[in-house]
Design a protein around this ligand. Structure first.
Ligand code: 5U1
Length: 682
């Protein structure tokens, strides 16, 4: 065999192998070789083609890597015009479409429709001559588009040679190039890392990636394609319905969407619209509506076209999720946890089915990254029920002149240093994106959340004081801080909605009983940022009393195991605000108290290494309080008694745990003995 012949046969084998692996990888998500093996085959084919240029065929997978840059795109005249679709925006318009179809078919019986997503990408036409991909073009004006063949060749999901055999000698396959949401996020992350331009949405990313003069750039972009129709070559196909056509396209190697159905009548169309609309956010790609097509191809032909749109199909569009508008101001909003969110005040714009006047800018870094300034034209997005957001600013539309003809100033956004609600300092932690108001309990925006947190079962534990009641108390200006809860009376509560005498009595009793607590619970109940239950326990254990905690500086705080610079800074900021200290003082004056314990010094925690089991009702301590005291003293609380249990702390009505303890010979203690034990370290 001559070298040339051997190379030809080897190249054919390599092409087939590489396409087989591409198919497995891109269409079935099931790789059949390792990356290294694939690269080996690919490089061998490239070497052969460089040696024997005749082997570099139009359908060679090596064409997918991109070619030398073009100066401009050449025009490409489509064999059959690329149509546009008429739109429907309401159920009534869909019903009218169905009515027109049935009248056009002279048959009022229900019609079968093929339904599919309307992909939010870029329409393209792919020409195959004798099964080989020869040309690819954008839609353009419908008759002539831009020739983007080298770019389309780089899409691994597109067949360069058609599989099967039932294709006509010349065929135009129509569909949409798009970018999946995940691929879009990855691309933007990469662009950001390299300091390059990011894309506002997957559609822009797909269009920007396909319309590159340098196809090597397109090759590096994660583009996908879904086929949805045929231009030239449609007459000679062995199919009778659109659904069969889609299945045929799939056998030739084209990706077609799974989200396709055949439904009956207008009710079927609307049910599909509802169904996919509900799942829209979960789909891996963006869609902007659904497309309905009469399924029978003969019926499609009978219905024909009106101007440049088919009578047999319609796009049922979702309300646009993105729109352009102008930023008239940037304010900051204080959330329930004190998070400060910059918000763009907008010229009203209809988007996502509602009029939007505010959109979140997320945080200071995002405002900077997107470079959003007052006066800018921005893209606003409202998808589903998600809070409207500013996706991108269009600085090229930034006006050069102000209303009076002077030079327009567009200063960048700066985060304020004081909270607009309470004037406390706004602080932003190390490595944190979110800035927060340090006002804590004093800030009205944080008051309700702080009160709910204070009253929670794991905090000061006021039974019956839920979010709704907190809201009523704050709205009626009866409570401003947790300390005010202890001044509530039967009379003040009587004015509240659905607050009968008995409910008021129960609430007051619960407030009274919450006064007896533990230091750990008290610290936790203050709602200090980054101070959860476990940190609160560590602090209580370390300091034993509140005063030394209040006096500790950040350096002293960081001496405590598990307290780092972030927690220390939160504590310092919270206790540094005089109003927070005032509230603490008032709570203590109201009678909130806890058993003091000695500060823990290494080795003096009396229950270190001991396991206790709680059972029955203790005379004064609540179960959680006893648990906190045990843990503060270094002990562990277990749910069941075993030989390893050191003590069973038993109250009234103790049940089987007490019996088990007696049988196993475990020491049983009551509350008085327990408190004595705790004080042994004093
Ligand atoms: N999914 C889908 N999109 N789309 C767009 N199908 C579909 N069909 C189209 C267009 C313009 O046109 C055919 C009905 C000719």
């Amino acid at each position: 065999m001559s070298d040339q012949l051997a190379a030809t046969r080897r190249a054919a084998f390599l092409r087939a192998e590489i396409e087989r692996h591409n198919e497995a990888y891109y269409r079935h998500d099931a790789p059949t070789v390792t990356d290294a093996e694939y690269d080996g085959l690919f490089r061998e084919l490239q070497t052969l083609e460089a040696q024997y240029p005749a082997l570099h065929t139009a359908d060679s997978p090596t064409r997918r890597v991109g070619a030398a840059p073009l100066k401009e795109f050449s025009p490409h005249r489509h064999g059959v015009a690329m149509l546009s679709l008429n739109n429907a925006f309401s159920s009534a318009e869909v019903a009218a479409f169905d009515q027109r179809v049935r009248e056009g078919l002279d048959d009022m019986a229900a019609v079968d429709y093929a339904v599919e997503p309307k992909f939010d990408g870029l329409a393209i036409s792919l020409t195959y001559e004798n099964g080989i991909f020869s040309r690819g073009a954008t839609r353009g004006d419908g008759s002539t588009g831009e020739d983007v063949t080298p770019n389309l060749r780089t899409l691994s999901c597109l067949p360069l040679r058609l599989a099967g055999s039932e294709w006509p000698p010349l065929i135009e396959v129509r569909g949409e190039v798009l970018m999946f949401k995940g691929a879009f996020d990855d691309l933007n992350a990469r662009q950001r890392e390299r300091g390059e331009k990011t894309f506002a949405n997957p559609r822009n990313a797909a269009a920007g990636s396909l319309r590159q003069l340098d196809s090597r750039i397109t090759a590096s972009r994660p583009l996908s394609f879904f086929a949805y129709g045929i231009g030239a070559g449609a007459d000679a196909l062995p199919v009778k319905t659109h659904d069969e056509l889609m299945k045929l396209l799939a056998t030739w190697g084209f990706p077609v969407a799974d989200e396709r159905r055949v439904v009956c009548g207008a009710a079927g169309l609307l049910a599909f619209f509802e169904d996919i609309g509900a799942r829209r956010a979960q789909l891996p790609y963006d869609i902007d509506g659904v497309v309905y097509k009469v399924n029978q191809l003969a019926a499609q032909a009978q219905l024909g076209f009106v101007s440049r749109a088919p009578r047999f199909a319609i796009a049922h569009k979702f309300p646009a999720e993105e729109a352009l508008t102008v930023v008239v101001g940037i304010d900051v909003q204080v959330g329930r946890t004190g998070a400060i969110t910059p918000v763009a005040r907008l010229q009203p714009v209809f988007v996502g089915g509602v009029t939007v006047t505010n959109a979140t800018l997320h945080n200071e870094d995002e405002v900077r990254r997107k470079d959003v300034r007052v006066g800018d034209t921005v893209i606003v997005r409202r998808a589903g029920d998600v809070i409207p957001e500013v996706v991108a600013s269009l600085p090229e539309k930034r006006p050069a002149r102000d209303l009076f003809g002077g030079e327009a100033l567009h200063p960048p956004f700066f985060m304020p240093t004081r909270c607009p609600q309470c004037d406390s300092a706004i602080v932003r932690g190390v490595d944190e994106a979110i800035a927060r108001c340090s006002g804590g309990l004093f800030c009205p925006a944080q008051r309700k959340a702080a009160l709910s947190h204070f009253a929670a079962r794991r905090a000061i534990d006021i039974e019956g004081l839920g979010d709704k009641l907190v809201e009523q108390l704050v709205d009626a200006a009866l409570v401003h801080s947790p300390a005010d809860l202890y001044g509530l009376t039967q009379e003040t509560l009587a004015g509240l909605d659905r607050m009968g005498e008995k409910s008021a009595q129960n609430l007051l009793a619960a407030i009274e009983s919450s006064k007896q607590t533990t230091l750990a619970r008290f610290i936790f109940s203050l709602g200090i940022r980054n101070v959860g239950e476990s940190t609160a326990r560590d602090l209580a254990r370390h300091f034993g009393q509140l005063e030394p905690l209040l006096a500790a500086d950040q350096a002293a705080l960081q001496q405590i195991p598990d307290v780092g610079p972030v927690v220390a800074a939160s504590l310092a900021a919270f206790f540094g605000e005089p109003h927070n200290r005032q509230i603490i003082e008032r709570l203590r004056l109201a009678g909130v108290n806890w058993p003091d314990s000695a500060p823990a010094a290494t080795g003096t925690r009396v229950l270190a290494g001991k396991t206790l089991v709680l059972t029955g009702t203790l005379p004064t301590l609540k179960r959680d309080q006893a648990k906190a005291l045990i843990e503060a003293a270094g002990g562990k609380v277990s749910g069941s008694v075993s030989k390893k249990t050191d003590f069973v702390l038993a109250g009234e009505d103790a049940g089987t745990k007490l019996e088990n303890a007696r049988q196993l010979g475990v020491m049983v203690i009551d509350e008085a003995a327990f408190l004595k034990l705790l004080n042994q370290g004093d």
